[in-house]
Design a protein around this ligand. Structure first.
Ligand code: ADP
Length: 268
């Protein structure tokens, strides 16, 4: 159908219908999939009596505090339940999918964050023991081996640190780095919103087009919270050679086809 190399990242928010998503995904060749799992992780952590702990940094970003026990549950949900659910659905549609996390074959490498300070209730506090970090490298040889032999990679965090520990990294950055390193033409980031919205409470206010040179203005003016990370990931991907990034909605039929035919926010 389409011969471009496309990387699709599907978020892990509530309400995504993975049957509809996978059916559309299966129509594209040479396509790599990255998925999230945040809502299911919150759900399972709470069921295991270990509810998520989000820490707000002094610049207003909220991040999941990932201690060893959280990382074990993270692996269970991302590399286990979510990854194998998607692989099984793809196999049912005759797509020979292989599921890997960033630690397998050191696919995605990163650096664990150093202890950091935050202000909580007016008091400075040092946060230690957080197994979160930043991506530094993607080893594409394993991915190429799979793709060139007809397998479809289905990928998710965590990444692996230089001390060979699993680290929690941002899913959008994970997708953006892999798309860049694999020289994908298109990166599609699907989430529970139909694109970058002028007004986050109005789903019809999608911003249709952002030129790379204007992206900082849009990040500053419209994006809040996690949407900022998607736009920063988009900017980094285009700067690294990806031709276009589309932010579009996952809560519908044919989300990928619709994104390619013009729905959502196109960044180029
Ligand atoms: P996922 O987990 O699917 O990757 P996220 O929840 O991380 O998705 O990111 C999407 C979220 O970004 C939306 O649900 C919305 O709450 C938030 N957001 C903040 N600003 C905007 C904006 N201007 N337009 C759209 N979404 C926004």
């Amino acid at each position: 159908m389409n011969d471009e190399k496309i990387l699709v990242k599907v978020g892990g928010s509530k309400g995504i219908d993975y049957d509809l998503f996978v059916e559309d995904f299966s129509k594209f060749k040479k396509t790599i999939l990255v998925h999230g799992g945040s809502s299911e992780l919150n759900n399972i952590s709470s069921k295991l009596d270990y509810p998520p702990n989000f820490i707000e940094s002094d610049n207003g970003m909220s991040t999941r505090f990932t201690d060893r026990k959280t990382m074990n549950i993270f692996n269970m949900v991302y590399a286990g339940k979510m990854n194998k659910m998607i692989v099984e659905k793809l196999q049912k549609l005759s797509v020979n999918a292989v599921g890997l996390s960033g630690i397998d074959g050191k696919l995605v490498e990163g650096e664990k964050n150093k202890p950091y300070r935050v202000t909580q209730n007016g008091q400075k506090k040092v946060i230690r023991g957080d197994m979160s970090g930043k991506i530094t490298n993607v080893n594409v040889s394993l991915l190429k081996l799979l793709i060139e032999n007809g397998f479809t990679p289905v990928l998710c965090p965590p990444a692996i640190s230089s001390e060979n520990e699993a680290i929690n990294v941002d899913g959008d950055k994970f997708a953006s780095k892999i798309a860049s390193k694999l020289k994908c033409q298109t990166l599609i980031i699907l989430s529970n919103v139909p694109g970058l919205l002028r007004d986050p409470s109005d789903s019809t206010s999608v911003i249709k087009l952002i030129r790379l040179k204007e992206i900082d203005y849009y990040i500053e003016k419209f994006a809040r919270g996690r949407m900022k990370k998607k736009l920063i990931g988009a900017k980094e991907a285009i700067n690294a050679g990806v031709k276009k990034v589309i932010l579009a909605g996952a809560l519908q039929e044919k989300p990928i086809s619709n994104a390619i035919s013009g729905e959502g926010t196109l960044i180029e």
